[in-house]
Design a protein around this ligand. Structure first.
Ligand code: ADP
Ligand code: MG
Length: 264
């Protein structure tokens, strides 16, 4: 959440660039020409009705799904599919793994390893990718768990933790690879209402400390508080985007107004 993010000089590469991304499932068009640029340190909140393509967009950014057309670049490296002289050409297949290592992903349902402690859930990826030795990874995991308020639960298994605690472990795990950007897909929608606040407060802490975030959420009040930019998606298209004061308080499009009237 940096006020200067949108005025960063153009020489600084975007943290994330999504260019003209299209995605079909069979004949069903799910993403219909998405363009999105996220500057380092920027907090982007994506809102939109169920089925509008928000999760698919995050999955394309993380290369869990391939766009049928379009490109995604993370930290300046391009991959995707581009039209070259009327033909579709695949770009940078080998960069996929490298890019994934630069992206953290926090899922709605935590997706922790059930057989590993909180500490080992967080330490696993840096060890598996060879970035850190085991002692260093465990030390880092301890630091990150403390940062998300779980310094006293490092030895706990996921099933003994509340949903809010599990999601905070998942956030620590995402941080462990020191990603350039973290994607959140409805991080609080699987939680009991009384546990939502503790997770939002950890995300807010990341936002104010300059981490680049893309967050899909229905928590509009939270979005207003932390977003540099709100992106409203409907029918696989970005209908409008801008600062919260514009998109949430003064939407220009009928579809945005309808959506907000339903969720607010
Ligand atoms: P949102 O996250 O905004 O609710 P999604 O990106 O999950 O929307 O889904 C967008 C549309 O794509 C929905 O109509 C959904 O049913 C469809 N869809 C999502 N994933 C698949 C899939 N793997 N196969 C077929 N259709 C899918
Ligand atoms: Mg979704």
């Amino acid at each position: 959440m940096t006020p200067t993010a949108t005025t960063a000089p153009p020489t600084v590469p975007a943290a994330l660039e999504v260019h003209d991304v299209h995605k079909w499932y069979g004949t069903h068009r799910v993403l219909d020409g998405i363009d999105l640029t996220v500057r380092p340190g920027e907090v982007t909140v994506v809102i939109g009705p169920s089925g509008s393509g928000k999760s698919t967009l995050l999955r394309v950014i993380n290369h869990l799904e391939k766009p049928d057309i379009g490109q995604v670049s993370v930290g300046g490296e391009l991959i995707g599919v581009r039209r070259v002289g009327g033909r579709l050409k695949e770009l940078g297949e080998r960069a996929v793994l490298a890019q994934r290592g630069r992206i953290g992903f926090v899922f709605q349902n935590f997706n922790l390893f059930p057989h590993l402690t909180a500490l080992d859930n967080v330490a696993a990826a840096p060890v598996a990718t060879g970035r850190l030795g085991r002692p260093e990874a465990r030390e880092l995991a301890r630091e990150l768990l403390t940062r998300v308020g779980l310094g006293d639960r490092t030895g706990a298994y996921p099933r003994t933790l509340s949903g809010g605690q599990q999601q905070r472990v998942a956030i620590a795990r995402a941080l462990a690879l020191r990603p350039g950007i973290i994607l959140f897909d409805e991080p609080t929608s699987a939680l009991d209402p009384e546990l939502v606040g503790e997770v939002l407060s950890v995300i807010k802490d990341l936002a104010t400390s300059g981490t680049t975030l893309v967050i899909v959420t229905h928590e509009i009040g939270f979005a207003r508080e932390i977003a540099d930019r709100i992106v409203f998606i409907d029918g696989g298209r970005i209908v409008e985007q801008g600062p919260p004061a514009e998109v949430l308080d003064n939407p220009r499009h009928e579809r945005t107004r309808d959506f907000l009237a339903r969720v607010l």
